[in-house]
Write a protein of this length. Structure first.
Ligand SMILES: Nc1ncnc2c1ncn2[C@@H]1O[C@H](COP(=O)(O)OP(=O)(O)OP(=O)(O)O)[C@@H](O)[C@H]1O
Ligand SMILES: [Mg+2]
Length: 240
């Protein structure tokens, strides 16, 4: 099958399904099999939590779903298209335009200002400096940090840096937000405010979101909870 044929091979039932993973396996030589056949589906507009013990593979899974890493085997579909069949330019476009990724260790550029950090993904796609800066300021306003736009990332508190990371993930108006422990390392009150912010941005920006978290009480406020353990996903019943 040629790449072009493979790319256009759409799942006939993709409907409102934004992302689907089928039978994902991931094996690391040192760590062994981390994912042992993960299958999941995200419907448009859902906010879904993925929980599981440290080291169970939550970050590994999110990286694979964002095409930042490749599975040993298995398939990821985005809007019905097979992600592994994307050309390099389609992959770059997928990562830059469709996905907003909040890293577990937010990976802000410490010596750059909050606004420069948020504008960075827009510079990568060739948006003009003035438009990128205007968008960055708008996103920082939305996360309550408009007044800190010109502060260096290193000078911000942990919660503020987490909010900048969220603003950066949303800078390019993605369809899908993948957030890896966006409230990790934050005190309870700050975690609550970052989560509330993410929930409200999820609604207003009509996102589909997958959030890895250790915080079960926050996970219970998502539409569904996926439990990752022993390399497999099981769905937990929420509100219990
Ligand atoms: N690049 C890599 N090379 C080898 N092993 C890796 C690599 N990345 C992750 N691992 C291993 O895979 C396992 C799962 O790691 P991962 O970071 O996905 O877990 P996690 O569920 O996100 O944990 P946490 O809750 O602590 O963030 C760990 O044992 C880790 O050491
Ligand atoms: Mg992790």
């Amino acid at each position: 099958m040629t790449v072009t044929e493979n790319m256009t091979r759409e799942r006939p039932d993709s409907g409102g399904e934004v992302l689907r993973a089928e039978g994902l396996h991931k094996h690391y030589r040192a760590a062994g099999e981390i994912l042992s056949g993960v299958t999941l589906s995200l419907q448009r507009g859902e906010m879904v939590a993925v929980v599981g013990p440290s080291g169970c593979g939550k970050s590994t899974l999110l990286h694979i779903l964002a095409a930042l890493d490749t599975p040993t085997s298995g398939t990821v579909y985005f809007a019905g298209k097979v992600v592994s069949s994307f050309s390099n330019s389609e992959l770059a476009e997928f990562r830059n335009r469709q996905i907003g990724f909040v890293w577990q260790r937010h990976h802000l550029l410490a010596d750059f200002t909050a606004a420069e950090n948020v504008a960075f993904p827009l510079f990568l796609r060739g948006v003009s400096t003035s438009t990128a800066q205007a968008t960055a300021h708008e996103r920082l306003d939305q996360v309550g940090l408009g007044s800190r736009a010109e502060s260096s990332a290193a000078s911000l508190s942990g919660g503020e840096q987490q909010r900048v990371a969220l603003a950066r993930a949303l800078a390019g108006d993605p369809a899908l937000l993948l957030a890896d422990e966006p409230t990790g390392d934050l005190d309870e009150q700050t975690a609550e405010s970052v989560f509330q912010l993410m929930q409200s941005l999820h609604r207003t920006r009509q996102l589909t979101s997958l959030v890895a978290t250790h915080n079960l009480s926050l996970a219970r406020r998502c539409d569904r909870i996926l439990n990752l353990e022993h390399g497999l996903i099981t769905e937990r019943v929420t509100n219990v």
